[in-house]
Design a protein around this ligand. Sequence first.
Ligand code: GLC
Length: 426
Amino acid sequence: MQRHEMIDHARLVMRDNDRGTYTVPTHGLYPFQWNWDSALSALGFSHFDEARAWQELTTLMAHQWADGMVPHIIFHRPDDGYFPGPEVWGTGHTPPTSGITQPAVAGFAVARIHARAHDKVLADEQARALLPKIHAWHQWFYRCRDPQGTGLVAVLHPWETGRDNSVDWDAAFERVPTEGVAPFTRRDTTHANPAHRPTDDQYKRYIWLVQTFRALEWDNTKLHDASPFQMVDPGFNAILIRSCHDIADLAERLGLDEIAVQSRDMARRGLDAMETLWNDRLGQFACLDRTTGDLLDSPSIGGILAAFAPIPKARAAALSQRVEVLSHSCKYLVPSHDPTSADFEGLRYWRGPIWLIVNFMIADGLEQAGETAMVPRIVGDCLALIEDSGFAEYHDPITAEPCGGAHFTWTAAMVIELLYAHGLVV
Ligand code: GLC
């Protein structure tokens, strides 16, 4: 496929999933607006329609809760093809939203789109409107998800990380009960191959957590301490740190001094604390289970995605080396779980497959750190996967088999972003 054809195809995917003021990740499987999908998709839009890119972010932030939380799903229009729908969440918002959040990539997206905007007047105006909201979300994280002030935030549900069924959650999930879960029918397995999706047992535990938080009326002053699942994920924290760091610079330029100072402080404290997540045995960062205090030995992509934050150069170099090691056990980079691990499953969602959005963030972080050795390989593998297998939700890192949903918005957005940002099309 010619590069220009690839762009045309990607734009078509984005257009088909465009609902005017927001995009759906893909028709059928995910028929609403998802938080980090929208932020990353805005990067794709920005290359051909800056106003539409800002609109995507504006719609997302318009559904922020009064306490600062930005929900992971906004149920703009009813659609019974997805479970769990609004009636299961019961958050009482209009339009309905879920009650948990997702990776805080919106701050990074605003800063990136602003930096390269052609329409500077529009960009300044949009950034001024969005920054206070994004900043309130970042403050919410450190207030409600780091009540002891460690510098690192915990997620209370695997869906918050965006890496739903990662091996990282297996041990902690043993402590999440299944008793008392109301009977339900999954809808995801009617749209995608069940062998590519989480198991029924995992789904019960996902729903147990939702029911438990709902019983606490989604009161974020209570949820953290009440949750049996409190996971400190390096990738999740890295995204938050990077967004704080990037909006600090932007806020300074726009004369929003308080946001700048506070954001810089959050980023610095987060970066200092990230060191406690370094796992020397794995040669990468790893998750910390806050309920037990254990640093996990799980070699997942979460610990490599840490490269997205402005971590010390030696750590970035080590992560680049780790990616190089992974390249020996798969054909395409970067697998979401180490293929040499017994838990690796090449087709099953976040237990092995490649996700272009994660590749993009790893490549961007390594580039910012000046550790560029693996960057062309990561970018090249993304494009090869699309050429071989189309705009799938995720791909098998050994066979390139397309998995999950097809015709996927953020996959398309990443292709556009990677091609333009790496100067591969003009
Ligand atoms: C899945 C993914 C999550 C994504 C959502 C919509 O739940 O694991 O990261 O945001 O689908 O694409």
